[in-house]
Write a protein that binds this ligand. Structure first.
Ligand code: G3P
Length: 217
C-alpha cells in the first residue's frame, strides 16, 4: 500500500520523506488554510520535494470553472493530481482533465455508487473518506472493501485512495482490504510505530543493560 501524507506543511512531509515513507501528498482547501501558505507556492514546494503524485484541489463548483482551475494547478508540476469533488460537475471535469492526460483524484466519496461513477469518468484516484463516515456511525472501512470488490469485479484501474484516516488501525485495516493508497496525517503514520509491548520490552532491556555495567561505545 502506498502512503500519501495528508498535509500542506512542508516540515511534516520532509521528515517522513527522509525515511522513504512518502509515496505522494494530498492537500485540500482546509489543509491549505491550516498551513497558512499560498496554494500555488506551497504546492510547488511540495512537488519539488516529493516524486509521487501531489493532489491539489479545485474550489469552483461548475465543471467549466473546475476544468480551468485544474489546468492551472496542473501547470505547477508534472506530478500534480487535480482533485475534484464527487459531484456531477466534478465528474464532468474529471472526464475532461483525465482525457487530457492529467492525473485526477475524485474526492469527497462516501458511497460505492459514487466510486463506480468516478471510475467510469476515468479517475486516477478515488478518495473515500473513512473517518467522516465513522463520525456518523457508518462503517468507513466497509466502504473501502465494497469499492475494492466492485473495482476487482470489472477491472477498473482507478486507485482506491483511502482518506480521512484518523487512526493507525485504519492504516492496517486499509492494507488488509487492499486499498491502493492511504493518505493520513503525519502523526497517524508515526503512530503506526507505537506498541505498548515495545515500550515495555525496551524499558526492561534498558534496565537490565544498566545492571551489566557494560558499554557498547
Ligand atoms: O484526506 C481527507 C482528509 O483531509 C479529511 O480528513 O479528518 O478532516 O475527515 P478529516
Amino acid at each position: 500500500m502506498k502512503f500519501f501524507v495528508d498535509t500542506a506543511v512542508i516540515s511534516e512531509i520532509a521528515e517522513l520523506n527522509e525515511l522513504g515513507m512518502v509515496d505522494g501528498v494530498t492537500t485540500n482547501p482546509s489543509l491549505i488554510l491550516k498551513s497558512g501558505r499560498n496554494i500555488l507556492e506551497v504546492t510547488k514546494e511540495i512537488c519539488d520535494l516529493v516524486d509521487g503524485p501531489v493532489s491539489a484541489e479545485v474550489v469552483a463548483t461548475k465543471a467549466e470553472d473546475m476544468i480551468a482551475e485544474g489546468r492551472k494547478l496542473a501547470e505547477i508540476a508534472d506530478n500534480i493530481a487535480v482533485k475534484v469533488p464527487l459531484t456531477w460537475d466534478g465528474l464532468k471535469a474529471c472526464k475532461v482533465l483525465s482525457g487530457e492526460g492529467r492525473m485526477v483524484n475524485v474526492t469527497l466519496c462516501f458511497s460505492a455508487n459514487q466510486a463506480l461513477l468516478a471510475a467510469k469518468a476515468g479517475a486516477t484516484f478515488v478518495s473515500p473518506f473513512i473517518g467522516r463516515l465513522d463520525d456518523i456511525n457508518i462503517d468507513g472501512l466497509q466502504l473501502i472493501a465494497d469499492i475494492r470488490t466492485i473495482y476487482v469485479n470489472y477491472g477498473y484501474e482507478t486507485q482506491i485512495l483511502a482518506a480521512s484516516i484518523r487512526t493507525a488501525n485504519h492504516m492496517s485495516e486499509c492494507a488488509k482490504i487492499g486499498a491502493d493508497v492511504a493518505t493520513a496525517p503525519a502523526a497517524v503514520i508515526k503512530a503506526m510505530a507505537n506498541h505498548v509491548l515495545t515500550d515495555k520490552g525496551l524499558a526492561q532491556f534498558t534496565a537490565d543493560w544498566a545492571k551489566t555495567g557494560q558499554k557498547i561505545l
